[in-house]
Design a protein around this ligand. Structure first.
Ligand SMILES: Nc1ncnc2c1ncn2[C@@H]1O[C@H](COP(=O)(O)OP(=O)(O)OP(=O)(O)O)[C@@H](O)[C@H]1O
Ligand SMILES: [Mg+2]
Length: 238
């Protein structure tokens, strides 16, 4: 039997794009309250895994259990209502809409108390409140990432899938974003994070998985992975 605190349980997941096998039997679990990191180079399958968990992609085989329910092949729309959400690769904010309207989009599944939810997001990210009427396209990269995270929070999620939040950001801004993820986790959000910035991600994660060409080649606690010679060699620049 599974542990009772397993929130997400991915088993033998296979995903193909035409003849490209992007995931070749991936097993990943995320327990309630954890930060779990997916490490992997370009093309390893990180985005494919996160998108398939959310329901944007349909797997060829394998299963996804969320909170004890089989959600394999269930639409993203339903999954978001049920507490899964994604902060997509590249952030995916709508540049010609205001900050506020971008946030409201994140609540479109349930507009109930949306102004309270926006105020809550503005407490997390005061800079977004200052920019609330600005077009998202005028935001800095770090502010856009905050907006993307804020938009995800608008659906009142239980688990947040975060796809390479640090990409293209200056180191000091990366540290801000990482700190935000830690604080969200302390508030009770469970986080599955994909990151090429393996060192910083492992420093805040509880556990991690290393993906290579669609397969998990290594997994363990963050401490174990930080000390692993193969991880050091390939991902920590040591
Ligand atoms: N829409 C698509 N059509 C065809 N092949 C795709 C598609 N999306 C991804 N792939 C392929 O699937 C594999 C996994 O890609 P994926 O985007 O999941 O990797 P990733 O780990 O997120 O990489 P990155 O770090 O560059 O974002 C790659 O070989 C990629 O070329
Ligand atoms: Mg990706």
């Amino acid at each position: 039997m599974e542990q009772s605190n397993t929130l997400l349980d991915v088993k033998k997941l296979e995903v193909s794009y035409g003849h490209v096998d992007a995931l070749k039997g991936v097993d990943v679990t995320v327990n309630q309250g954890e930060i779990v990191v997916l490490i992997g180079a370009n093309g390893a399958g990180k985005t494919t895994l996160l998108d398939t968990i959310l329901g944007i992609n349909t797997p060829r085989s394998g299963s996804i259990q969320y909170n004890g329910t089989d959600i394999t092949g269930r639409s993203a729309d339903i999954n978001v209502r049920e507490g899964l959400t994604i902060v997509p690769e590249g952030r995916g904010v709508f540049t010609s809409m205001t900050v506020t309207d971008n946030l409201l989009l994140g609540a479109h599944h349930n507009m109930h108390e949306s102004s309270d939810k926006i105020e809550r997001v503005y407490q997390w990210f005061p800079i977004l409140k200052e920019r609330s009427d600005q077009m998202a396209g005028t935001l800095s990269g770090g502010e856009r990432q905050m907006l993307a995270i804020g938009r995800a929070l608008m659906s009142a999620p239980r688990i947040i899938l975060v796809d390479e939040p640090s990409i293209g950001l200056a180191p000091i801004i990366v540290n801000n974003i990482i700190e935000i993820l830690v604080n969200l986790n302390k508030e009770g959000y469970t986080i599955l994070l994909s990151e090429q910035n393996a060192y910083k991600a492992l420093k805040i994660a509880h556990r991690g998985y290393v993906l290579e060409t669609g397969q998990v080649v290594l997994s363990g606690t963050a401490e174990e992975l930080l000390e692993d010679p193969a991880v050091k060699d390939a991902y920590l620049g040591a």
